[in-house]
Design a protein around this ligand. Structure first.
Ligand code: 3HC
Length: 328
């Protein structure tokens, strides 16, 4: 970090007022694909946008436990229950890694949690949709975790070191999440007519919200241009969305299920699928907190946080006692 009392003779970056030599050195390091580490100098705006993205990523992991958690007691077999339990537990761990990564930037856990509980911070819109049948658990693993993998694999090369390293572990576990979801969909698609209908119904309800996970179109994204320049993002929202569609359509065909998009068609010239318009008014309404389960999710989250207060207090008391013993 540069000294707080700026050396007046030192040229400053006209936009941010930060020392120009430090800004230029930072930009050169990012352009050379170097990792930026917690103790390195970084522009305040870089630090801020990372705290924004990483903390909201963490919030998404934690809130993402609720839609699936509702089905742990109703899984159709002991094996499915054990698999779902492991997945939900993984998501909690992903949230903790990411909160820790955000803390290396100076954010405090309490501030981040308060921002989530107050609605100031976002979490992925996808987790505001209800999980109506067991097939939804399959669709979430297959589509939501599939989209998460598409978005998170490039983040293993994000310019901020702690975030990139957290993603390496997260991506390994996401692959299991996606496989188990696809295996649920396969079992249903190869099952009775009623099970096949249940799988198709889940695909119909989760397809478009999964495409929204990649964020607004690039030309409507206030963060993408700068995040790409700073190599926080390695591919844009639209690029990753397209990759997800191209990878997932053949998987639906293998399941014998149809993607709920009459405009979906293979474009030979582009070597990619053309697909229909996304309903961005729905996206922005859910971002604004109007999602079907938004209230239920945050209420459950706040209750869990309050119910867990005694554990945090006990851990703090234990730590304080240990410190006092070490000092004595
Ligand atoms: N849900 C809620 N808000 C969203 C959103 C979504 N699906 N997509 C974008 N937004 C918000 C952004 O946060 C931003 O608001 P903000 O400036 O107040 O934070 C605004 O909409 C404009 O979007 P941008 O594209 O400009 O924002 P970003 O550059 O941050 O891109 C992103 C959005 C692609 C989600 C990016 O933040 C990102 O890659 N985040 C890391 C991955 C992540 O958070 N994934 C969420 C799901 S986690 C998950 O699925 C776990 C799995 O295990 C189930």
């Amino acid at each position: 970090m540069y000294t707080t009392e700026l050396d007046k003779s030192r040229p400053v970056d006209l936009q941010t007022g930060e020392p120009k030599d430090l800004v230029d050195a930072f930009e050169a390091r990012v352009a050379a694909d170097e990792f930026i580490e917690p103790k390195d100098w970084m522009p305040e705006a870089y630090r801020k946008t990372l705290i924004r993205q990483i903390s909201q990523h963490a919030h998404s992991e934690i809130i993402g436990m609720y839609p699936e958690g509702n089905w742990i007691t109703r899984a159709p077999s002991l094996q499915r229950k054990a698999i779902l339990l492991a997945k939900v537990q993984d998501e909690g761990g992903h949230g903790l890694y990411l909160y820790c990564a955000a803390e290396t930037l100076g954010a405090s856990r309490d501030e981040m949690v308060d921002a989530l509980h107050s609605g100031k911070a976002k979490y992925s819109t996808i987790f505001n949709y209800p999980t109506l049948t067991w097939a939804d658990i399959g669709a979430i693993g297959w589509l939501v975790d599939g989209a998460a993998i598409m978005n998170q694999v490039p983040l293993q090369r994000t310019s901020y070191g702690p975030y990139a390293r957290a993603m390496v572990r997260v991506c390994k576990e996401e692959s299991f999440h996606q496989r188990q979801g696809y295996s649920i969909m396969l079992a249903l698609a190869e099952g009775t007519d009623a099970q096949r209908r249940m799988a198709q119904d889940a695909l119909n309800r989760w397809w478009w919200p999964s495409l929204m996970m990649f964020g607004p179109p690039d030309d409507a994204s206030p963060n993408t241009e700068r995040s790409m320049r700073w190599r926080i993002k390695r591919e844009t929202n639209d690029e990753l969305r397209q990759k997800f569609v191209d990878a997932t359509v053949p998987q639906a065909e293998l399941l014998g299920l149809s993607i709920p998009d009459p405009d979906l068609t293979w474009n030979e010239t582009r070597g990619a699928y053309d697909f229909g318009d996304i309903d961005w008014s729905e996206f922005y309404a859910v971002v604004k907190g109007e999602g079907m389960c938004a209230k239920e999710r945050i209420t459950a989250r706040k209750k869990a946080w309050d119910d867990g207060a005694w554990v945090r207090e006990a851990a703090d008391a234990y730590e304080a006692k240990k410190q006092a013993r070490n000092v004595a």
